[in-house]
Design a protein around this ligand. Structure first.
Ligand code: UTP
Length: 481
């Protein structure tokens, strides 16, 4: 303990100051092992403590305790959604939006931001989630699939799309190594920039630090909303301005069906001169665990599943459909000016939320505990909290089957198996629309494995143009590249 004190004093402390860190020393039982640690472990622990902002963490904990005592109250109203086009005039609108989006892409105004800093705890894969092999036939990784889409869009619109990838301190190096080993998947290394988000300590339910080894304080990334601070701090916002980027296409690494830099979505966002826009899908059923978009006291907001009252969850329209049916799939267009505004008003626009989780830790005897019940609080901010500060937004409904299949869990719903199934079904649908039949099983899924490389066809229309009326027969196993 004294050793640590001295070590801290001899190190220049950054913004937290010694006062806060002495609080760490007092409160964390974990430092009792100081004398057992190697010099490398001591250095690691000192670095962690040096970077900790304990005063901030304890403020977050106090806030959490205060909020937990108040039940959330919302006065919800369904939002205005651009639904999937059915009429001729709606189709015409899509055509105009697409043209506007294409023009913006050609002018090099759009950058892609992929958030990939999450821990991927539920999936528990060995390495960053984006490195997971997932493509149905080739087994390419999630990152590889995203890269190929970006490459295909660049070729189609004769443009250059800067790609910014947010990682966390934990997965930054393995992510960058993966890209290097795979030669940046054919993209120009200069167009890709990695940056890391902030981390916060994980606290136990009494507000104390947790350790998962004798020399490591449990930390976790500060949520996808941490993007905004990270963009500023890492100089990315500046880089975007230098490259004359005006709008950011934001998506999460784990949605394998994300239509990256979708020109229709970009166009809708531009048409309305929106600050921040989002894509939604219809909820599967009342209790699906997805955040819904609604107007709360006149402001657009994503209401988390856990915060939706039972009454609102089951509320119906006159025709029997769900009243609050717009499920957020975390795909956004965000204007650079709006990002700038959020940087300036970060605390107001991106509040921290507490998530109660099961987190392994060591007890006072140094034994590893894998808790069966929730034992810890992680603090995260959410990108969608910015929505209520946007003056204008577009909510675009898209087909879940075509655009949303996240890899969250090891098995079951939203797992690698469902991601492969959903990709294969999309490709089967494209083939069908190009006049090529595909065997189906009794559940309506393609019976086989199909993969279509974005450089062969980026979308249904492109595939139709390429192979319509060609005699292409297959038995359910097909790889077009
Ligand atoms: P999730 O919270 O759904 O997934 O984040 P996760 O963090 O990968 O996995 P769990 O919750 O630990 O099982 C949704 C998206 O937001 C990114 C993730 O990488 C994923 O793309 N994210 C999440 C961040 O970039 N940073 C974070 O702090 C949290």
């Amino acid at each position: 303990m004294i050793g640590l004190d001295r070590a801290i004093q001899t190190k220049k402390l950054n913004r937290t100051g010694y006062l806060n860190n002495s609080y760490v020393v007092r409160q964390a039982q974990g430092f009792q092992w100081w004398n057992e640690l190697s010099s490398q472990e001591k250095m690691h622990l000192v670095e962690q403590v040096t970077a900790l902002d304990l005063k901030f963490a304890s403020e977050l904990f106090d806030n959490y305790a205060r909020k937990a005592a108040q039940a959330p109250k919302h006065k919800l109203v369904p939002p205005k959604v651009k639904t999937i086009p059915k009429t001729i005039s709606e189709m015409e609108n899509v055509r105009i939006a697409k043209q506007m989006g294409e023009c913006s892409l050609r002018n090099g105004e759009v950058a892609v931001v992929t958030v990939a800093g999450g821990d991927g705890t539920r999936l528990g894969c060995n390495g960053p989630k984006g490195t997971l092999p997932i493509a149905p036939v080739s087994g390419k990784s999630i990152f590889h699939l995203h890269a190929e889409k970006i490459c295909a869009i660049q070729q189609r619109y004769h443009t250059n799309i800067p790609w910014y990838i947010m990682t966390s301190k934990t997965n930054s190096l393995p992510t960058q190594d993966f890209f290097k080993t795979h030669h940046y998947f054919g993209l120009n290394p200069g167009q890709i920039r990695f940056f890391t988000q902030g981390m916060l300590p994980v606290l136990d339910l009494n507000g104390k630090l947790l350790m998962n080894s004798k020399s490591n304080i449990v930390m976790s990334p500060n949520g996808h909303g941490g993007l905004i601070t990270a963009l500023k701090d890492a100089g990315i916002l500046n880089d975007m301005k230098i490259r004359r980027i005006k709008h950011v296409f934001y998506h999460q690494v784990d949605n394998v069906l994300a239509k990256i830099a979708d020109p229709v979505f970009i166009g809708y966002h531009l048409m309305e001169d929106a600050d921040m826009s989002l894509k939604v899908v219809k909820k599967r059923h009342h209790e699906e665990k997805v955040g819904i978009v609604g107007c709360v006291d006149g402001k657009l907001q994503v209401v988390e599943y856990s915060e939706l009252s039972r009454e609102d969850m089951y509320a119906k329209n006159g025709d029997g459909s769900l009243k609050y049916n717009a499920g957020n799939i975390a795909i956004h267009m965000i204007g650079i000016d709006f990002i700038e505004k959020a940087c300036q008003r970060r605390e107001e626009m991106l509040p921290y939320h507490a998530a109660i989780k099961k987190v392994p830790y060591i007890d006072k005897h140094g034994n590893m505990i894998n808790p069966e019940k929730n034992n810890a609080i992680k603090f995260e901010c959410f990108i969608f909290d910015m929505l209520k500060h946007a003056e204008k937004s577009v909510i675009m409904e898209v087909s879940r089957e075509e655009e949303f299949s996240p890899v969250k869990n090891r098995e079951g719903e939203d797992s690698p198996d469902t991601a492969v199934r959903d990709m294969v079904n999309v490709f089967g649908k494209w083939l069908h629309s190009a006049g090529i039949s595909t065997p189906m099983d009794c559940h309506g899924n393609v019976d086989g494995l199909i993969e279509i490389n974005p450089s062969f066809a980026l979308d249904e229309e492109a595939l139709r143009d390429k192979i319509y009326n060609k005699q292409l027969q297959h038995d359910g196993f097909l790889y077009l590249e």
